[in-house]
Design a protein. Sequence first.
Length: 585
Amino acid sequence: MCSNHVDHSSPGDACLAIEVALRDMETKVARSTWRQYATLVVGMTCLCFLCFSGSWARRDDVTVFRKLTGITHNEPTCSSDSDCASAGSANRPHVCIEQACHPRPLFPFKSLDVAGTLSAFACIVISSGGGLGGGGLLVPLYIIVLGFSSHDAIPLSKATIFGSAVASCLLNVRKKHPLDSKRPLIDYEVMVMMEPMTLAGTIIGVSVNKVCPEWIITILLVVLLSKTSARMIQKGKVIWNHEATKDRNLQAVVVQQWVDVVRAAKYSPTVVSCAKKWRAVLNHDSKDSSQLSSVSTEVALSMASPIDDDSDLDDDNVSDNDFLLKKPAPMSGGADVRMKPSPLRFAKMDDLHEYKRSIPWGDLSVLLVAWLGLFAYSILKGGHGAPSVIGLVCGSMAYWSLTVLAFPFFVSVTTYFGFKILHRHELMQSHGYAYMPGDIQWNRRTTMLYPSLCTVAGVAAGMLGIGGGMVKGPLLLEIGMHPQVASATSTAMILFTSSATTIQFIVLGMLPYDYAAWYGAVGFLGGIVGQLGLSYLVRKYRKTAFVLFVIAGVIAVSGTVMGILGVHDIIAHGFRGFRYLCYNV
């Protein structure tokens, strides 16, 4: 493109080429920024529409659904608001809707709702940057500040987390890998490989949670989250020191380059004079003159165009170190002593690189099957206080049959994709594919080990009643993934689970439309601010350790708050023993 504007015979070729390249780069930056803002505006507009329309939404569709399915809720029946005085609290009174007691509608807004909105927004801003859902903060917040019961606080927290996950994924899906500007930031292979087994582990963990006494759960919760938080702080310090050393070395290189430039500038008149004399000699040979002009132009273009793709202009896509230390491409006419790959090998590598640089819709279809299975299982069995759509009774034959069948379903989905990804990476390794630092090299060992670890993480999450992000985020960091990639991948996995549970609560009428729309919008805006804020810190200070510190802080605060609530329950009810699985049915 620059050759159309540059006169190769002019002595200002390099300067003009740089000017043209900079102008093109500014145009690309403007287009990329415009697309990002357009995406955010459209998303915010849709959520605001849902929010305001939700306040006038009727619950007739829920009534019809209940009549068709025969679902009944545990709320006390009522004929007027006065009958619901005992169902609510002083902060959150209940009102009578459809002969059942429900929390007061969100609109008109009150001062308590303002406090809850601002607190939820702050929790999401802090949590979303580290790839955590924030359920460990939101559920206690809704119980303490808004006066909700856990029966109402859990669905509302899921809607808030869903809004945050949508915003984070909209931003992350366009970002590129911090070490390879051609690859997406989200590791979709890890997402598809690990999420189903996490859900399988959660099935076991939830059953264990119902059996174990509160004091055991509280002790395990405090121990696990405190150790996880300490581990993340320790790992963050190591990464911080490593990146600080790398920055110091980079600064030394840049300073030395400028010293060389200043030193060479003293001799520039002599260099220019010699160049003019040499050009005068070469002008006698038109062929040699053409070659010199071509080489001169290529040097100028290699200096002026370090960025050659629009995708390199995203927020966090181009590493500053790579930009400063990038070497110019070999000039035409120069000898390249490296071995040239065969045409077939070159084509195979092109296909592999193209796959890694695009969104694998085929792999995501496997995750869609798992999502449908999760949604069907949640609707049929019930959970988080939601009733079964077919009236399953805990302890019945149908109940145990559904529970037993769910686990092999998720195992089979993981096994299918495991064989697929194993064959793919064996092909990649046979063709000499170069893995980036933090990439997972899937082989027979890792395809067995990592899903097994996710199963254990799912058991811990379900047993202790914490969000999956609190165990999946640290787990991805422990297996060596890049902090930014781990955060984005964990957020995408949270979107997968929170969407299924939120839809379940809405369909079953357990989540009022106005609350779902409003706090979903709060989560959406908080997710945007959290993602952009942490991206700004990482980009400004070139420290990915910020991600680990955010994760450590959120886990520590969540563990503290949930531990206090657990101790309060122990004081109120004492040290109880193990319970029957269906004790509350």
